[in-house]
Design a protein around this ligand. Structure first.
Ligand code: ADP
Ligand code: MG
Length: 232
């Protein structure tokens, strides 16, 4: 069998079979940090093909929920299931795309080097991965400068390109619109839509209700660690 070489082929190879049912969920999950109850009995499910928005006030447990979904934090009690994405943390992490508050990019490497490094870590050829990212995210000559010199918008584009380099099946983003202008927010919305359309599970934390309704299919609201309702 020939290995997929172009990004389109790689993408096609990772699209779940029609009818496959990729769901990621928490069942009765509680997470405590000492006396702080960050999540209390949370049961929620996120489905492939949809953009799910998680909203709620500061401290309501949104980031905790996301990091549990991403296997970066373990719940104190309750169950987390990644369905067809895998049973072990290692399996899930291979198909995880993560954009948190920390960009995961190296400050002294250029945007190009950061993206190429991420590609190599996933066993993908570095140069084509960067070229695909450059076209998709309109990375200009700034991609040849160190990451630490970037504006917020440039950082966010490289962080997103880095997170998507391996065509993840679980894409988790924590407040990705912070500091972005309208044009960048529209571009982000299109990327989220494309990623969901190819079959990824897409979960986005936002405090921007406008963005949540414009870019999301599903809305999950948290308040003081509990789900208060979703619009599905
Ligand atoms: P949100 O993202 O909605 O603002 P978080 O999930 O970050 O909320 O935090 C929920 C609660 O858990 C907050 O009270 C926060 O202070 C607490 N918390 C989160 N992470 C930690 C941690 N590593 N150690 C102690 N408390 C934490
Ligand atoms: Mg948060």
């Amino acid at each position: 069998m020939r290995l997929p070489s172009t990004s389109e082929e790689r993408q096609a190879a990772r699209v779940p079979d029609p009818g496959s049912d990729v769901r990621v969920g928490l069942r009765a999950v509680t997470k405590t940090y000492g006396p702080v109850r960050a999540l209390v009995g949370v049961t929620v499910e996120f489905v492939a093909g949809r953009v799910s928005m998680v909203v709620g006030p500061n401290g309501s447990g949104k980031s905790t929920l996301l990091s549990i979904l991403g296997t970066l934090t373990r719940p104190t009690s309750g169950k987390v299931s990644h369905g067809l994405l895998g049973r072990s943390r290692e399996e899930v992490r291979t198909v995880l795309g993560w954009v948190g508050h920390d960009s995961l990019c190296y400050a002294d490497l250029t945007g190009r080097e950061n993206i190429e490094l991420a590609a190599r870590l996933h066993g993908l050829p570095a140069h084509p991965a960067f070229e695909a990212a450059r076209a998709r995210f309109e990375l200009g000559s700034f991609a040849e400068r160190p990451f630490r010199t970037y504006s917020r918008g440039q950082r966010q584009r490289v962080a997103l390109a880095r997170a998507l380099v391996h065509t993840p099946r679980l894409l988790l983003l924590d407040e990705p619109t912070t500091g972005l202008d309208t044009k960048s927010i529209d571009a982000l919305r299109a990327v989220l839509r494309d990623e969901a359309s190819r079959g990824a599970v897409v979960v986005v934390i936002t405090h921007d209700e406008g963005f949540a309704s414009a870019a999301g299919d599903v809305r999950v609201a948290l308040d003081r660690g509990r789900i208060t309702g979703d619009a599905e």
